[in-house]
Design a protein around this ligand. Structure first.
Ligand SMILES: Nc1nc2c(ncn2[C@@H]2O[C@H](COP(=O)(O)OP(=O)(O)OP(=O)(O)O)[C@@H](O)[C@H]2O)c(=O)[nH]1
Ligand SMILES: [Mg+2]
Length: 485
């Protein structure tokens, strides 16, 4: 049975109640004291509120880079670093050299693997004059689908064999995790054969953003201490020597018409990282190669997990503020790791590579990449944890989209709702921007700031201009939120 107590019986109320025999004068004094106490208390509350706001204003701005794998998150981060962390950027340039060499060597080894697969599968037949000379041309017979492998190809395969060792050596030095695949840099369009065993080889990632760079720097001192170990400089020189020695052959195989025909027929596109470096073999495979800013921005290293990067802005609209930018791994299995970072997040920069409307996810070939971006965007838009987070959308890879449309690929063949709109970059970006906006409006728990930019984040000059607009907006939202506390 519950016990019912009147307020009068509450010991605290009894204690605080005015004395029963209070005079009018005493009452007046008591009320005055109480009013003063209330004023002091209000002042303290206001002070606390201001302190909390200042704390929030001064705490680092927390920004998440989200988007599917290969959407351009790490490349966007590199743009921030290039603009605001010059010392770090310079210090890491040599470490990136290894990644760029590896990008190049993997591209060539990938082509050699494909050639071997074709030969093993019987698609290629040796031309009758195949062992006559090393400059005879391979021939493709459209009627049989067979390509005659010439002596030149076999010779090139032999001469390029040392690149296997170079690849292993570079992977070891960078600390590449074993057991992953390479398909992230080589994308096949829908309908193309799924990646064969030689194509799905080793994924290109390291576990932490700094450990591989530190490992690279450690090698020299350890090497010197251990005496027997080759020093970093010697290793680097050996790699550069082999690459320089193979440069002409790498160029020959990459520029070979039969190889191009094979890649085309297999639906392999190498237009992003490998293609970029393969088109510049003379420079990258030279003995005195030093990566340019553009090379570092283009170097591909898949992100694993969530990596935190602190940036202190010394110039630009965000000067004086410190930001924590989180770069996440975007493939499907890694997205679960994002959630703990949603809490207290100021802004999200979401990257949607809109050139991918005709491509499929490397990790699940049944899923169209644009569809996946829409689904991911919807999940982010509807998250209650992110309800107050500002969102910036980068419709990325516009350079590749433009190229694709100029090559005659039609959006409406893959995105039926695109209908009869003109198949050009202007209409395409407008259409995709509207689609993303509609998804946000329909799914966001409450209206929130949203900005959209069309980007090609490998273009550092254009991206610097975009980032300064983005920084200003994010900082303004951050400060407004702090004042609202
Ligand atoms: N041409 C072109 N290439 C781009 C663009 N953005 C990114 N890339 C290339 O696309 C590849 C993937 O970019 P990343 O920034 O590594 O992708 P990510 O989103 O960090 O991928 P994960 O780490 O796997 O989640 C790299 O080879 C980049 O050079 C772009 O706008 N245009
Ligand atoms: Mg990444």
């Amino acid at each position: 049975m519950g016990v019912k107590r009147s307020v009068d019986e509450d010991p605290l109320s009894r204690l605080l109640a005015p004395p029963p025999n209070e005079t009018a004068e005493e009452r007046e004094t008591r009320l005055q004291l109480e009013a003063e106490a209330r004023q002091i208390s209000d002042r303290i509350d206001e002070q606390l509120k201001a302190e909390r706001a200042a704390l929030k204003k001064n705490r680092p701005v927390k920004v998440l880079l989200l988007g599917q794998s290969e959407s351009g998150k790490s490349t966007t981060l590199k743009n921030f670093q290039l603009a605001y962390c010059q010392d770090e950027w310079e210090a890491e340039r040599t470490s990136w050299c290894m990644v760029i060499q590896l990008n190049l060597v993997r591209g060539i080894n990938f082509i050699l693997d494909m050639l071997s697969e074709e030969i093993a599968g019987g698609s290629y037949t040796a031309a009758p004059d195949s062992d006559v000379s090393d400059d005879d041309e391979a021939r493709f017979s459209p009627s049989t689908g067979n390509v005659h492998l010439s002596g030149k190809h076999r010779l090139l395969k032999l001469r390029l064999a040392p690149l296997r060792t170079v690849q292993r050596d570079l992977e070891l030095r960078i600390g590449i995790q074993a057991g992953a695949d390479l398909s992230d840099t080589m994308i096949s369009p829908p309908g193309s054969p799924t990646m064969g065993p030689t194509q799905r080889k080793h994924e290109f990632f390291v576990r932490s953003s700094t450990s591989w760079k530190q490992a690279h720097n450690r090698t020299s001192s350890e090497g010197a201490m251990l005496g027997g170990r080759r020093s970093k400089e010697i290793q680097m020189r050996e790699t550069a020597d082999i690459l320089a020695g193979c440069a002409d052959d790498m160029k020959a195989i990459w520029e070979d018409a039969t190889v191009r025909e094979m890649l085309l027929r297999k639906g392999v596109r190498m237009e992003t990282t490998p293609g970029f470096f393969l088109n510049d073999i003379d420079r990258i495979a030279s003995r005195d190669y030093e990566p340019s800013d553009n090379d570092v921005v283009r170097a591909r290293l898949r992100t694993l997990g969530v990596q935190e990067h602190k940036i202190k802005f010394t110039k630009g609209p965000a000067a004086g503020s410190e930001w924590c930018i989180y770069d996440v791994g975007g493939s499907r299995t890694q997205r679960i790791a994002w959630y703990p970072y949603f809490d207290d997040c100021d802004a999200i920069i979401f990257l949607a590579p809109i050139s991918c409307f005709d491509e499929r996810l490397a990790e699940d070939r049944r899923i169209n990449r644009l569809e996946d971006s829409f689904m991911l965007w919807k999940a982010v838009a509807s998250s209650k944890l992110l309800a107050k987070t500002s969102i910036v959308l980068f419709l990325n890879k516009c350079d590749l989209l433009e190229q694709k449309l100029l090559n005659g690929v039609r959006i409406r063949d893959y995105v039926h709702s695109y209908g009869d709109r003109p198949n050009d970059i202007e209409h395409a970006t407008k259409y995709f921007a509207q689609h993303f906006r509609d998804i946000l409006r329909k799914n966001s728990p409450e209206p929130r700031p949203f900005r959209v930019h069309t980007t090609s984040v490998v273009d550092t000059k254009a991206t610097a201009a975009t980032l300064s607009v983005v920084e200003e907006g994010i900082l303004r939202d951050h400060l407004q939120r702090a004042d609202l506390l």
